[in-house]
Design a protein around this ligand. Sequence first.
Ligand code: SAM
Length: 338
Amino acid sequence: MPTPALDYERFAADADSSAVQSVKGWTWPNERRFNTWFTRHAFEGSGDVVDLGCMSGSSTIALADGLSRNARAQGRKVHAYDQFIKSWDAIPGEPLEQVPTGSDFYDVFLANTAPWREWIVPHRERISDDTAWTGGEIELLVVDLMKSFPTTGTVVTCFYAALAAGRSHVVHQDFIFYGTPWIHLLHHRLRHRFDPVFEIPDSCSYVFRLADRPTADELEAAVDFSGITPDEIEAAFDYCQGLVTKNSAAPLKAAKAMAYYHAAQLYRHRKAAPLGFQGWMERARAALAAIDESLRPHRDYVRAAKEIAQATLQAMEEGIRRPMGRPTRRNDRGAPGG
Ligand SMILES: C[S@@+](CC[C@H](N)C(=O)[O-])C[C@H]1O[C@@H](n2cnc3c(N)ncnc32)[C@H](O)[C@@H]1O
């Protein structure tokens, strides 16, 4: 029997749980509401829930709270992954402000999630080439650690491979965010496999439902970013921009500029590149310049403009004689996102 269409707008209908909403984390109130609503009302119990990049546990708690109230959950768990090492410089007011950079914050996660412990399986590991998902079907995959091209490859080959057609959903917490353009390139490549189903209002998240299971070869090809072209970037961002109607257009427009910027890094030493380093960077600056003045005060525009300006300056200073550092290290190191 075909699965009935879900009314995702109902995510806001339940009364808020103050226990879920009060935990300090990097998720918006509506993202927590959506996670709880989904695991409570939409989750069928056909697979597990995987929370990638759980940090202090705000996403995990929301997911576990819904599961704990769903009779169909039947022993299903939230598998919460994080390296639990603070890899970013402290930001005033951030959820882990008291944790020094380089320190372990697993105890914060354990303390925050203690009331939901029986619903959670923590995985304390760095997602990398060695990562393997040894469980079965994943019914809900929440992604908040896809901060680089290589991590995207691992997430897709390990975790997307366990999604079930017609049932599984993926929530991308960094979709409406300037700093992770590989997500947009990826979901444009997989657009015939995933249905774009819901933009969570007042948040950075977008929800996809797997319609048609890709083969392992297709997943491998989807994360081979060695052949990106300007045409692909334009098409990917036209597609993704068309999905975002409830939140500001600024993050996606800034993400397009960042896609050009990251392509410049990827192709830096390749002779057969479609554009030279300066050509990609010119595209990055042109994409920024095309953003409407009214969107420029947005945090994501400001951050993209700063990173692209710094990279341009650095390249000028180096005369492009030697490889640049990786100016978006903050993202590669895993924090903060949308
Ligand atoms: C933006 S935070 C996630 C916020 C979290 N979902 C919440 O509810 O507040 C990103 C997290 O991803 C983790 N992370 C980033 N890259 C990772 C990797 N390759 N392996 C494991 N954890 C990673 C970081 O340690 C960080 O805690």
